[in-house]
Design a protein around this ligand. Structure first.
Ligand code: FMN
Length: 191
């Protein structure tokens, strides 16, 4: 039974990378701020592999979260299927992918629409007078790889997964999976 919950958890996460509007298309990602306070924001799940134990999202290398993850690679993710009342929490360690081939493969696999954000001259979080100041209209892309230098692939290695299902017929169910020696320990926990 715990095994099927575990499988369902990964199925949910993997479905998040699919087309349409799956519940786990995005998750909220929490990091430890440079001053020690928590920071949380939404990210799109780009790749999920149970076999490789990895959840990947893309971001701007210049964004504050990268400075935070460089200082402390710990991360926590949470998402919800609001229709079914299922919550999945993941915590783990991040690795900023530096390999050029892997970055380029991820870049090439992305839609142009999601790459445009990496072509801005201003780093995310830069204060501006008005919204349109963020977009330098004079800057025409010089080629398909314009902005690639700002494109960042972040791999999350899950070390703990927490499943909470409020829809279960027999009452609320919660399970916790912990990564120990490259394998998963599992247990039920009180919701
Ligand atoms: C629906 C949605 C999806 C988002 N997906 C991403 C994403 O995949 N990567 C990303 O860096 N920011 C994404 N953002 C923006 C972030 O939530 C955040 O505002 C931005 O990355 C700056 O975060 P930071 O200042 O903590 O670095 C998304 C925002 C929304 C509303």
């Amino acid at each position: 039974m715990l095994a099927s919950v575990f499988a369902e958890t990964w199925d949910y996460l993997m479905a998040g990378t699919g087309d349409g509007r799956p519940p786990f298309k995005t998750m909220q990602a929490a990091t430890i701020g440079l001053d020690g306070s928590p920071n949380v924001r939404t990210v799109v799940l780009r790749k999920v592999s149970e076999q490789q134990n990895v959840i990947t999202f893309h971001t701007d290398l210049r964004s504050p979260k990268i400075a935070e993850l460089t200082r402390d690679p710990r991360i926590a993710l949470v998402g919800v299927d609001a229709e079914r009342n299922v919550q999945i929490r993941v915590s783990g360690r991040t690795r900023i992918v530096r390999d050029e081939h892997m970055r380029m493969a991820a870049w090439n696999a992305s839609r142009l629409q999601s790459l445009i954000v990496y072509r801005t001259l201003l780093a995310p979080g830069t204060e501006i007078d008005q919204p349109r100041d963020a977009f330098d209209e004079a800057r025409q892309p010089h080629g398909p790889n314009e902005g690639f230098e700002n494109f960042c692939v972040v791999d999350v290695e899950p070390l703990m997964i927490d499943w909470l299902d409020l829809s279960a017929a027999g009452g609320h169910e919660r399970a916790r999976f912990q990564r120990v020696d490259n394998a998963w320990d599992s247990c039920w926990v009180a919701p």
